[in-house]
Design a protein around this ligand. Structure first.
Ligand code: GLA
Length: 382
């Protein structure tokens, strides 16, 4: 069934960051409505995912998971049909342990019947968490088990392993059927969380690639402090910080799962998340790992990432994660170029959406605190 499923990082929306347990049919349908009206499927956002807290606290007598009838009075198939009718794909959530993180029934030792149930409901994407895992079970076994159950159901389902980066996940995850793997702690809506997650994965990029993507967690862009739990609502960020967050996730090939309330997006939020030039870098078919480019004159909190794109272009992201404005440089020699090659790079600014001149040797930019620049460079040969 699953040939070519999830070749590039998945994009969509997930209910957890803003709504936590306050989810229901109306919210999901309204989200689908607004995402359709905003043209978000065309921009690449295809999955609408219901996170934790959708079920009753106990399984039924036949051992089946039961959607909470107050939150989802028409059941999950009706929600799934609605989401599909709006041109999106439908995602749900379960957990490899005996309970989900919020205490609802987990799929431990119910994997194959739950996978069948999700397939019957028309689920296209399963986020699979890591709470209440019995002590004698390791993650790899349980993620392999659910991966097999999904791969052998009669429906294409993306398998999102929400594994938090424990038990050396980078060493074995590509051997499981997972299409994406959470490699970090939960994000929250503040600058330090964004910075720390990005730094924790910066040197672990080479493990991420087509069909199995390093998931740095859902985006907090546009939340402005409106998190669904005290942990997530950590004060919010400025629009510039959200821009840097989005650019980092794009350059680092992370899935792009929105976590804000899309029903009330500001123009600034819309501009960040609908940036087609950054999304094109994230969705490049070859999923080449970005690499770090250092330069002696750069401050310690200045990071430059470069990523080779499938048409021969080079994406260059310059990130100032520090608290004061800084000059950042890239020596094009470190990208395989420089004067001796006779090549120059015609630069396009992917945030201002305009040409940014041509460079042969050095790229130098002044970048505000917590800010960034992302260029797409096209080679000009002599
Ligand atoms: C864990 C996950 C989160 C979210 C919650 C739900 O913390 O990492 O992304 O799914 O559980 O309870």
């Amino acid at each position: 069934m699953r040939a070519n499923l999830c070749m590039v990082p998945p994009m969509g929306w997930n209910s957890w960051n803003t709504f936590a347990e306050n989810i229901n049919e109306e919210l999901i349908c309204q989200t689908a409505d607004i995402m359709q009206a905003e043209g978000m499927a065309q921009a690449g956002y295809r999955y609408i995912v219901i996170d934790d807290c959708w079920a009753l606290r106990e399984r039924d007598e036949q051992g089946r998971l039961v959607p909470d009838p107050v939150k989802f009075p028409h059941g999950m198939k009706a929600v799934s049909d609605y989401v599909h009718s709006k041109g999106f794909l439908f995602g749900m959530y379960s957990c490899c342990g005996t309970r989900t993180c919020a205490g609802y029934p987990g799929s431990f030792e119910h994997e194959f019947e739950d996978a069948r149930q999700f397939a019957e409901w028309g689920v296209d994407y399963l986020k699979y968490d890591n709470c209440f895992r019995p002590q004698h079970m390791d993650c790899a076994t349980l993620y392999r088990r659910m991966g097999l159950a999904l791969a052998n159901s009669d429906r294409d389902m993306v398998f999102s392993a929400c594994q938090w980066g424990v038990q050396e996940v980078h060493d074995w995850i590509r051997s499981t059927p997972a299409h994406l793997f959470r490699s970090t702690v939960d994000i929250n809506d503040c600058w330090n969380s964004i910075r720390d997650i990005a730094l924790s994965q910066m040197d672990r990029q080479s493990i991420s690639g087509p069909f199995c993507h390093n998931d740095m967690d859902m985006l907090v862009v546009g939340m402005h402090g409106a998190g669904g739990t005290d942990y997530i609502a950590a004060g919010g960020c400025t629009d510039e910080e959200y821009q840097t967050h989005f650019a980092l996730w794009c350059m680092m090939n992370s899935p792009l799962m929105l976590g804000c309330d899309v029903r009330g997006m500001t123009e600034a939020t819309r501009r960040v998340i609908m940036n087609r030039d950054l999304i094109a870098i994230n969705q490049d078919v070859e999923c080449r790992a970005p690499f770090r480019v250092s330069c002696e004159s750069n401050p310690p909190e200045g990071y430059v990432l470069a990523k080779f794109l499938s048409n021969g272009d080079i994406a260059i992201g310059m990130f100032n994660l520090g608290d004061v404005a800084a000059n950042l440089s890239v020596d094009l020699w470190d990208l395989g170029l420089g004067a001796k090659t006779g090549c120059r790079l015609a630069l396009y600014d992917c945030i201002a959406h305009q040409d940014a001149g041509t460079e042969g040797e050095m790229l130098l930019c002044k970048i505000p605190a917590h800010g960034c620049k992302v260029f797409r460079g096209r080679l000009e040969m002599k």
